[in-house]
Design a protein around this ligand. Structure first.
Ligand code: IPM
Ligand code: MN
Length: 394
């Protein structure tokens, strides 16, 4: 089970009103807007957090800090020790985006992306949930045919703290004969595959009850291993869920051929990085895809460490122009409501508000189409908050 155990105590207070007056449930959020369009899309998410603080049943206490290139410029590191401490202590981190050409020449260890990878690794956020949902209003906006993506609702579960991203050795060495050798290492231990498989099966049970595991068992030892472990966990604990194995390259092909055949896809860190970018475009724009990165539940509190971020990057080419699509960032906050705070109604509200805003024809340039109304980042944020308010009042 995905453990929450967060809000139960507030539901059984005999005198709810007296309780609310003395102590409203408060959740802490660490906002890390980062680089490029990160601060712009985060600003829109802050509007929504503000709306919930004024109108919701819980309070979000936010703190803001630096990550990525801006942290490197300020502290000489893409994430400072003080920021790491805050990230480990907070209830949930919301991250915008990191990176940009300005830092192309920063050393490998201090490049903006290293800040993001350190957050994932040190918070042990091994499970990355990347849902790809095609909103009805955007079914015409994909580069694929409408019938291929209309009604699409799939969930990619990417392993996030292992594999070739973190395996050692990871070096470029001098062979001394005028040649160099570059090495990345793909490593997976049993427990790493087991725990990500369990997340996939648990979530499949709440949706279409089907898991597709993608690896390269025809080439890689880690692929053979991944396949075996997922099969074992399935037989022992999740025989009621449908499981299929698809080679990762064929999986990429199937994702663009007929993506609706999938429900939950579970895959390693590198394949997950690539397959989720492919899945993102099925929805019309990379600007639409939110993500959640979760750790193991704390044995005492059941609380999982968590970070929520859009799948898109810092998009330096459009940064500062007020045209970025804030939907993936706002949707990521929606995922925080769902997975960190068990606020399922509120999470649904955010998703419905996004759909309603799109239904009204409002579009940032990345999802603009004939006959629609082109708006900027801030107008999109305002429109979504207005829809949240209208839907909550209805
Ligand atoms: C992602 C990104 C990151 C990754 C980069 C920015 C390090 O592409 O979250 O998909 O490769 O994981
Ligand atoms: Mn990526």
């Amino acid at each position: 089970m995905l453990g929450y155990g967060l809000l139960e105590h507030t539901h059984c207070i005999p005198n709810q009103k007296a309780f609310e007056e003395t102590s409203v449930t408060t959740h802490s959020l660490l906002l890390l807007p980062g680089d490029g369009i990160g601060p712009e899309v985060m600003a829109e998410t802050k509007k929504l957090i503000g709306w919930f603080n004024e109108n919701g049943s819980v309070r979000f206490e936010t703190d803001e800090d630096l990550v990525g290139g801006i942290a490197y410029d300020t502290h000489g590191k893409p994430v400072s020790e003080a920021t790491m401490e805050k990230a480990l202590a907070t209830d949930a981190v919301l991250l915008g985006a990191v990176g940009g050409p300005k830092w192309d020449n920063a050393g490998y260890d201090v490049r903006p992306e290293a800040g993001l990878l350190r957050l994932r690794k040190d918070m042990e956020l091994f499970a990355n949930l990347r849902p790809a949902i095609c909103y009805p209003a955007l079914a015409d906006g994909s580069s694929l045919k409408k019938e291929v993506i209309e009604g699409l609702d799939i969930l990619i579960i990417r392993e996030l703290t292992g594999g070739v991203y973190f395996g050692e050795p990871k070096t470029i060495e001098d062979l001394g004969n005028g040649q160099q050798r570059a090495i990345d290492t793909q490593v997976y231990d049993t427990y790493e595959v087991e725990r990500i498989a369990r997340i996939a099966f648990d979530l499949a049970r709440t949706r279409g009850n089907k898991v597709t595991s993608m690896e390269k068992r025809n080439v890689m030892k880690t692929g053979v291993f991944w396949n075996e472990i997922v099969t074992q966990i399935h037989e022992k604990e999740y025989a009621d869920v449908e499981l299929e194995h698809v080679l990762a390259d064929a999986g990429g092909m199937q994702l663009v051929r007929w993506p609706k055949q999938f429900d939950v896809i579970v895959t390693d860190n590198l394949f997950g990085d690539m397959l989720s970018d492919i899945a993102a475009m099925l929805t019309g724009s990379l600007g639409m895809l939110p993500s959640a990165s979760l750790g193991a539940p704390d044995p005492k509190t059941k609380r999982r460490k968590a970070m929520y971020e859009p799948v898109h990057g810092s998009a330096p080419d459009i940064a500062g122009q007020g045209i970025a699509n804030p939907i993936a960032m706002i949707g990521s906050f929606g995922m925080a409501l769902r997975y960190s705070f068990n606020m399922l109604k509120e999470a649904d509200l955010v998703e419905k508000a996004i759909a309603a805003t799109l239904d009204k024809g409002l579009r940032t340039p990345d999802i603009m189409a004939d006959g629609m109304t082109r708006i900027g980042t801030s107008e999109m944020g305002d429109a979504i908050v207005a829809e949240v308010a209208a839907l909550a009042a209805a």
